[in-house]
Design a protein around this ligand. Structure first.
Ligand SMILES: Cc1cc2nc3c(=O)[nH]c(=O)nc-3n(C[C@H](O)[C@H](O)[C@H](O)COP(=O)(O)OP(=O)(O)OC[C@H]3O[C@@H](n4cnc5c(N)ncnc54)[C@H](O)[C@@H]3O)c2cc1C
Ligand SMILES: NC(=O)c1ccc[n+]([C@@H]2O[C@H](COP(=O)([O-])OP(=O)(O)OC[C@H]3O[C@@H](n4cnc5c(N)ncnc54)[C@H](O)[C@@H]3O)[C@@H](O)[C@H]2O)c1
Length: 458
């Protein structure tokens, strides 16, 4: 049996849905293939949205601990399984809402695993589907690790399903997931909790600013999280009551739980990309700035593409691909391109670390001339009021005054960094952003932005 669509989308995560709805709104007949029995994707079910339940609990506990002695007498105590249940009440309805939403819009939902049979054709079970354009949005999965006993490692998704947290947790990898989940565990786990992050590189959080990472690492240490770098893990062994992790150089770590935070790889093995002439590396499907692959009929978006693995980047890529497909169909030039120069990123640790644009390390490496406004351990009332001792910022501007990058440690780094991201998108100078920010609602985290900019302006 064979069915033909104007566009076929593979994957029902945020990227796949964004592309499917946009093509559908433009009058395309659209089919969406999904092989999971829980459609809806990583962000909603086990990523950004799901983990935010634990972040909000973490913030409440951490804030009340910080306020202890300055007006709060009884710091909050978390109920891990109640937070998990609240998260699951949200995720439970995601699959059915995903499918009903697609169907209501007139998009065919096709359950099953897609694999290419030709440049414009895909098999799902016994069904052959052909399409003028195909959008791949198959996401990523935890990278397989060359470690003996790696079957003892649990994923971040499994972590969020635990009934309770044990006292000793080792996180493998010092990236986004390990930092965020260690911060959750340190506030939501038992009172004797001890978290360890083992990073293979010489420093954790490689893409972030080295100085700010050192400040976040110090804040993490105070919360009960130890970070070890240059650790080559050899094996994980199950002992009577725990796990023993052995490393190069003969070091050993004992843990009740070992968690994967060592990167996510594109979920492309089942697609048989070679049958369609689509190039990929272990970092993802190779795409150009229009999100087109090496096959002109196929686009790749979201975590499976060799770009950034962030939810709103996935959406922007999906919109870019869909716009280009619509243009091509109309006989127009496909002119939509992705720009990654001012993508804001936030680590949902406590305090949060928000970053946009260049790091100071990168500017130094490039030999770029820049000016910097930077301060750590801020004693501004904003932070003394909530007992945060580790707030910090760094703003980098070029010779022409334009903002090149910003880095913020704060309990609301997400909101703050977005202001800098918008300024960068609009090519604003530090002085223009300063003038436009003077009347920011006061006092707030955001009204402090002028203090961050002053050294670059006067
Ligand atoms: C723990 C965690 C926390 C995160 N937190 C944040 C955050 O705070 N902020 C942020 O911006 N990002 C965050 N991310 C990243 C974010 O979740 C991803 O960037 C985003 O979900 C990617 O969406 P996607 O649509 O590309 O892929 P996915 O949502 O993974 O969707 C891919 C879909 O394709 C399906 N599929 C795969 N192969 C096939 C096939 N052959 N046939 C049919 N279907 C197939 C899968 O079943 C899946 O449903 C987090 C990720 C994790 C893991
Ligand atoms: N707040 C957010 O936006 C957010 C949160 C979670 C995840 N994410 C996305 O999901 C992606 C995956 O997250 P992640 O934390 O798994 O990956 P990551 O790429 O952020 O970090 C992986 C880390 O593990 C290290 N590593 C790799 N192999 C190792 C090994 N064998 N032993 C020790 N260390 C090892 C790497 O050097 C790196 O520092 C992120 O890149 C990010 O794009 C985003």
């Amino acid at each position: 049996m064979s069915k033909r669509y104007d566009a076929l989308v593979v994957g029902s995560g945020t990227a796949g849905q964004t592309a499917a709805y946009q093509l559908n709104r433009n009058g395309f007949s659209v089919g969406l293939v999904e092989h999971s029995d829980r459609p809806g994707g990583t962000c909603a079910l086990s990523g950004c949205q799901a983990k935010k339940w634990f972040y909000e609990g973490t913030e409440a506990v951490a804030r009340s601990r910080h306020l202890s002695g300055i007006g709060i007498t009884s710091p909050a105590i978390a109920d891990w399984s109640a937070l998990r249940d609240a998260k699951n009440r949200f995720t439970a309805s995601v699959p059915s809402k995903t499918v009903s939403g697609l169907k209501k819009a007139g998009i065919d939902f096709i359950p099953g695993q897609a694999r290419f049979t030709g440049p414009q054709s895909v098999a799902v079970g016994r069904e052959e589907l052909t399409a003028r354009f195909i959008v791949l949005a198959v996401g990523a999965v935890p990278m397989s690790l060359p470690i003996d006993g790696s079957d003892h490692i649990i994923s971040s998704s499994e972590f969020m399903e635990l009934d309770r947290l044990p006292s000793r947790i080792v996180f493998i990898g010092g990236g986004f997931i390990s930092f965020e989940f260690a911060h959750f565990a340190a506030r939501l786990g038992p009172s004797d909790i001890h978290c360890i992050i083992l990073e293979v590189a010489s420093r954790p959080l490689g893409p972030f600013d080295e100085q700010m990472v050192a400040l976040l690492s110090a804040a993490s240490a105070e919360a009960g999280i130890d970070i070890h770098t240059n650790v080559g893990i050899l094996g994980i062994e199950k002992t009577d009551r725990a796990f023993r992790i052995t490393t190069e150089g003969g070091r050993r770590f004992e843990a009740d739980l070992v968690v994967h935070g060592a990167g996510r790889a594109p979920n492309i093995d089942a697609l048989e990309l070679d049958s369609a002439g689509i190039e990929a590396t272990k970092r993802g499907i190779t795409v150009n700035e229009k999100m087109a692959t090496s096959n002109p009929y196929v686009y790749a978006v979201g975590d499976c593409a060799d770009t950034l693995q962030l939810a709103r980047v996935a959406d922007a890529e999906a919109e870019t691909a869909a716009n280009n497909i619509v243009s091509l169909s109309n006989g127009d030039n496909p002119g939509a391109v992705m720009d990654y120069s001012a993508v804001p990123t936030v680590l949902f640790t406590y305090p949060q670390y928000g970053m946009v644009g260049a790091t100071e390390d990168a500017l130094k490496k490039e030999g770029a001339s820049y000016e910097k406004s930077c301060e750590d351990h801020l004693d501004w009332p904003t932070y003394t009021r909530v007992g945060i001792a580790h707030a910090a910022y760094k703003v980098l501007a070029g010779e022409d005054g334009k903002i090149l990058g910003a880095h913020i440690l704060s309990d609301n780094a997400a909101g703050l960094i977005n202001a800098f991201s918008l300024a960068m998108h609009n090519g604003l100078s530090a002085e223009t952003l300063y003038r436009q920010s003077i009347m920011t609602p006061y006092p707030s985290r955001e009204s402090d932005i002028i203090y961050m900019l002053r050294p670059l302006v006067f």
